[in-house]
Design a protein around this ligand. Structure first.
Ligand code: IMP
Length: 194
């Protein structure tokens, strides 16, 4: 395999996501050079993050010569918000933000929430698309805590933890997070298929 064939692109405009994924590539010693590409992928409003991720991937497929992946994630407050904001996560973060979510919860200890991520890989050598998923369950924090991470990280406490995602280091978050799980599955696939 030539050197060029070992380049893989992560199509994202989100530097936080890129840093998390790049950290995992380094740690897992995967034999690929990871590059970020911020080609404008089309983000649709759909009923599942899987549909969003697949549409995103297909919207840039013709523009990229190597293997590449996109990802879509969502924050779901299962109780008491029945999964909201879910596929509306971006919009809700931009409008009511973390403060707005906190105001909708009355009993934080009884709250349940999860993050889901789908990593969608276009694997050039096989000319095929592969999906990798990750989920992490937890609850909503009583207040906004921590300076790390991004998005909803300051209000999410993963199960078996006392800290929010925003209080963890990137390595600690990656070990358990939705994105960490999905990307590790993709890395294992890449290692098996190189
Ligand atoms: P996206 O569509 O995958 O970019 O994510 C939808 C929304 O969820 C965005 O507002 C992100 O900031 C937020 N989000 C995605 N992943 C994470 C995460 O790992 N932690 C916190 N918020 C996230």
């Amino acid at each position: 395999m030539s050197k060029d064939q070992n380049i893989i692109y992560f199509v994202t405009g989100n530097m936080h996501k890129y840093n998390e994924v790049s950290n995992l590539f380094k740690q897992e010693k995967v034999n690929y050079t990871l590059n970020q590409i911020d080609t404008k992928a089309i983000e649709i409003q759909a009923n599942s993050i899987k549909e969003v991720a697949l549409f995103k991937l297909n919207s840039v497929k013709e523009k990229i010569e190597s293997s590449f992946f996109v990802e879509d994630a969502g924050f779901f407050v299962d109780s008491p918000l029945k999964g909201f904001p879910g596929v509306y996560s971006s919009y809700v973060l931009k409008t009511i933000g973390n403060e707005g979510i906190l105001k909708l919860i009355n009993d934080y200890d009884k709250s349940r929430a999860h993050f889901s991520a789908i990593t969608c890989l276009y694997y050039k050598p096989l000319d095929k698309i592969f999906l990798f998923e990750g989920d992490i369950k937890g609850k909503v924090s009583k207040s906004i805590k921590g300076k790390g991470g991004f998005g909803f990280d300051p209000i999410f406490i993963p199960d078996k933890n006392k800290k929010t995602f925003a209080e963890l280091t990137t390595e600690e978050k990656n070990k358990i997070s939705h994105r960490g799980q999905a990307v590790k599955k993709m890395i294992n696939f890449l290692k098996d298929n190189i």
